[in-house]
Design a protein around this ligand. Structure first.
Ligand SMILES: [Zn+2]
Length: 517
């Protein structure tokens, strides 16, 4: 049994976003707990699909004594304010001092935090903690998939374990893996060799999904290398596995592109007991990523192109063609009310097509007041006016109304009790195109959002979804194919449209793009 400190400090910083993360943002609970400190932490995080919950559970099962520090997170936004960063960092360091003597430290970090005064938020935090606890103590962290993994982070942490899924369905699981590795380090008392590589092109979020190539194949390779090392270790060297012997753990993080910092971008670190094996594995994975570069530069369709292609495919398809409206994703700051794709569906008369959610509280309430079967006067969508569009006027008939109260059934929101206000299914009688209206911003990631207003997603020929990647967890299994559409939206998917100033020299803003001066 060892005495292990557990804590966390999570933020994903989009340095181009309008609002900064304040202390109040970290203090407040949202979908996750608010700022918790000391003994209350253990109960507060229990049952959440977050890394620290998995780590706590596993460390308890391994019968270690836990010393809870603090844990907090704030929603993705721009820079973390200096005051907030220092307050949380001080709490972590004070509690580590008070908790001594300790045998190890586990931290739940996102890995893409940029503070006003430190562009490598986690690297600076780990530097301070390492200085406090000394060189010998194991410090193990979990990391989000969207980590910008910096040299300082790798230097100061004994080991870091990243998610392997996007959509993220392995968050608690990753915390558990980090806890197991910490346990191993405490037992083995052998430091791990670290082989670190950075990749010199940014990968847009839309092409980072692990349900599709190339990311899927890269993570399969990582699993294969780890497993062959394990087999080699237990059987004294199986054929094929021997050169991977001594590999303990591999973390590859494809990065969080909208961060204007020097170390932005994809990276990986291989931890091993054997220097040559770790370096060779790092080279092999880095080469696999570079070899697949073209695959990360997938096609984005204009709304017109997408609808024409979807109609062509749908003629012979038995399953829906999905059109992902990737830039108007409310989970990444989109208004979920832009109408570029809706208009294209109507213009090209995509009869039977459905798009959701068009967030328009006025229209949803007007539809509810008018009743099923009635006509809806006026247009829908484009109410926030982000893209300078105008609402879509058509021959809208109110087909079905919903209260917005339903229970999710997908991998991300299974069991979640939605309460998102009035919803409505409208159909344009002239084109046969339908839209699902909602009153509150919600990402189209669960099929129940459609079933709630009488649409069975699997039976629709063309389905438009306002989501970048997370929709894939529930919708990809029913899809004939998925086309990614670049219609207006606040989640800008092409890094070349962002005004970077601090990236390191030589990094390319997108796969197959040109290097910066
Ligand atoms: Zn993430």
């Amino acid at each position: 049994m060892a005495r292990i400190a557990v804590g966390g400090f999570q933020h994903e910083t989009n340095t181009f976003a309008p609002q900064r993360a304040t202390w109040a943002d970290f203090e407040r609970a949202d979908a996750w707990p608010g700022f918790v400190r000391g003994a209350e932490l253990i109960d507060a995080v229990e049952g959440f699909n977050i890394p620290i919950a998995g780590a706590v559970k596993t460390l308890q099962e391994l019968r270690h004594e836990l010393v809870p520090l603090c844990w907090c997170s704030a929603p993705p936004s721009s820079y973390v304010e200096r005051e907030a960063y220092e307050k949380v960092a001080a709490a972590l360091l004070d509690d580590l001092t008070a908790g001594a003597p300790l045998d190890g430290v586990y931290l739940d970090l996102h890995g893409a935090m940029v503070a006003e005064h430190h562009e490598d938020g986690e690297g600076e935090l780990l530097r301070r903690i390492r200085a406090l606890v000394g060189d010998k103590m194991p410090i193990v962290t979990s990391l989000d998939y969207h980590t910008n993994l910096t040299p300082e982070m790798v230097q100061h942490a004994s080991a870091m374990i990243g998610y392997r899924t996007y959509p993220h369905i392995d968050m608690a699981d990753t915390g558990s893996r980090a806890a197991q590795l910490l346990d191993r380090l405490l037992k083995d008392r052998r430091p791990l060799y670290k082989a670190y590589r950075q990749i010199d092109f940014l990968i847009p979020l839309v092409w980072q999904c692990t349900l599709a190539e190339p990311a899927k194949g890269i993570f399969a390779l990582i699993e294969e290398i780890e497993q062959s090392s394990r087999r080699g270790g237990s059987q004294g060297g199986s054929p094929g596995g021997s050169h991977n012997q001594g590999i303990v753990s591999i973390t590859h993080t494809p990065g969080f592109p909208p961060a204007d910092i020097a170390q932005c971008g994809p990276a990986l670190v291989v931890y091993g007991l054997d220097r040559d094996a770790a370096e060779a594995a790092a080279d092999r994975i880095a080469a696999a990523i570079r070899d697949r570069e073209a695959g990360f530069a997938g096609k984005l369709y204009t709304p017109d192109e997408a609808v024409i292609e979807a109609l062509r495919i749908a003629e012979r398809a038995t399953k829906p063609v999905l059109l992902a409206d990737i830039q108007d994703n409310p989970g990444a700051g989109g208004t979920s009310d832009t109408v570029g794709l809706l208009r294209a569906l109507i213009v090209h008369r995509a009869t039977g097509a459905v798009i959701g959610m068009i967030v328009d509280p006025e229209a949803a309430e007007a539809a509810t007041a008018a009743g099923e079967g009635a006509r809806l006067e006026g247009g829908i969508g484009a109410k926030v006016g982000y893209a300078g569009e105008t609402p879509v006027e058509a021959d809208w008939r109110i087909v079905r109304l919903g209260t917005g109260r339903f229970t999710g059934t997908g991998p991300m929101y299974g069991g979640a009790k939605f309460q998102i206000g009035p919803m409505a299914l409208l159909t344009d009688e002239a084109s046969g195109v339908s839209a699902v209206l909602a009153a509150k911003r919600i990402q189209a990631v669960d099929q129940e959002m459609f079933r709630h207003v009488g649409v069975e997603p699997a039976e629709v020929p063309i389905l438009g979804l306002k989501s970048t990647v997370h929709f894939r967890a529930h919708f990809q299994p029913i899809a004939e194919t998925i086309l990614c559409v670049q219609s207006p939206g606040a989640h800008v998917s092409d890094p070349t449209e962002l005004p970077y100033r601090h990236l390191r020299p030589g990094i390319r803003l997108r796969p197959m793009g040109l290097a910066r001066e």
